[in-house]
Design a protein around this ligand. Sequence first.
Ligand SMILES: Cc1ncc(COP(=O)(O)O)c(C=O)c1O
Ligand SMILES: [Zn+2]
Length: 425
Amino acid sequence: MHEVTGWRCAVCGARTALTERMPWRCPKSTLMDRHHVLQAISAQLEPTDELAASPNPFIRHDRRLAWAAAAAARGMTDSARTSLVSEFDDAVRAVDGVGFVTTPFERSEVLSDELGFGVQGGVWAKDETRSVGGSQKARHLFTVMLHLRALELLGQMSVRPPLAIASCGNAALAAATLARAAEWPIDVYVPTWMNDGFGDRLDALRANVHRCERRSTDPPGDPAMLRFREAVEVGAVPFTVQGPENALCLDGGRTIGWELAEQIPTSGGPGQLDAMFVQVGGGAFAACLGAGLAEMGQDVRLMAVQAAGCAPLDRAWRLGANAASDWNTVMPPWSDPVSLADGILDDETYDWISVIEALRTSDGATVVASERNIERAHALAHRAGFDASPTGSAGLAGLLQVADAEANPNGLDRRIGVVISGVAR
Ligand SMILES: Cc1ncc(COP(=O)(O)O)c(C=O)c1O
Ligand SMILES: [Zn+2]
């Protein structure tokens, strides 16, 4: 049995069948109104639904994944899905040097000591810098790719539509890496100011890079995003890490929560966690991490961290936003986003509904990190041996922020988790 049985829009309630060929967006979502987002409808797994003994989270958690449920409903057998994942994983390894494995989650002596934790407590870090593409982004995109490959293998897709993404950061790198592994054409829409070194890396992965200048006829908004949506309108696959553009990215992203849920009770793990601090940009990451933990019965307070220079989720949280709130009222674009953590400068937290649900369910909260703490966290992460970007250590900045605000925060036995991600480049 599989857990996911279909899709439902968190905004308008419209439903999409599990076997929909392209289950990216709510049927009511339009080019002018993207304020809809599909969420997977889940049933409870049977106790007899054992998980596979595999270090690859996509094989291990097959029963929980929506792409797998859809492929199974189309007649793809268990072994055919396992073969698909492992063959594609080999191809990813050939391109990137690493494949999908459970990433380490270990107590960091440096982080724990410098933050003043006692021996019973401490900071446990999930190290995503050694993941595919150097960040967690590929987890989200892998399920989109598996879905496409399944359609192909089942003879339900004869022509490969191009993949499209608007990004000049870790998401673009992850997307281009997976596309290269699948030898699938990809168009990456980037702003004119993208740095050349990053462009060279995308070129090396044979992505078609489009530098997007603003056109006089363009409506307000990011020109790269406009070009991306135009491409999707004419048939490209939204190969992106934003739930409202492609709900299937919220499928594989949950693997990080499932991994954590299994690592927390192990002998090297914290046993239980009091809180998990996670950096938030578009919000897909925190949404998936929170959902993944909750689905595995782990009750951990989710702390959603943004930079002071761009904190639209915190604003929505303070407004008491919930799924029934008017999107434009609670999530207007943040004007002039700015921070050293430039990967989380999304002016809109696209996946705010799911993040806020995860905060409520887990008794968590938003945290706004000062720029000084973003800088401190970056230096601290490097002292602790993580080759992370300021974006990738921004969750830790949230922990510093809370520690600053509390009188005697860490000399206690609290056990805190952070995700360190986004390799420095
Ligand atoms: C290293 C890293 N961590 C976290 C995030 C935030 O993820 P999301 O945009 O899904 O909130 C990003 C996004 O670019 C990132 O690159
Ligand atoms: Zn809808």
